[in-house]
Design a protein around this ligand. Structure first.
Ligand SMILES: [Cu+2]
Length: 112
């Protein structure tokens, strides 16, 4: 019975992950870079950014134009909801000292 519940949970998680409404975006770290270097979202639609630090040391997720400066402890996942108003190309980066200079940046593309 417990095993059945686990399968249900996995199924629900799987379906949630497959939702194509574009309202969830995951950005993961991998050393001195973001795995998703380019993220596309739609203007005027709320989107939840799931920022996953997979490394054993601190990172950050910084997006100046949206006033986001979110430190991430080792192995920490944090979420933030944004509703981009203006189409454009924005740069996000890791605010930990030296990481941006080392190339830990990415691009957020807001489509009309
Ligand atoms: Cu970093």
């Amino acid at each position: 019975m417990r095993r059945l519940n686990l399968y249900w949970l996995l199924l629900v998680l799987l379906l949630a992950g497959c939702s194509s409404d574009g309202s969830n975006v995951t950005v993961q770290t991998n050393g001195m870079r973001f795995v998703q270097e380019r993220v596309e979202v739609k203007a005027g639609e709320a989107v939840t950014l799931h920022v996953v630090n997979r490394d054993g040391y601190a990172h950050g997720f910084d997006l100046d134009e949206f006033d986001i400066h979110m430190p991430l402890a080792a192995d920490e996942t944090r979420e933030i909801v944004i509703t981009p108003e203006h189409p454009g190309v924005y740069t996000f980066y890791c605010g930990a000292p030296g990481h941006k200079a080392a190339g830990m940046t990415g691009t957020l593309v807001v489509t009309p």
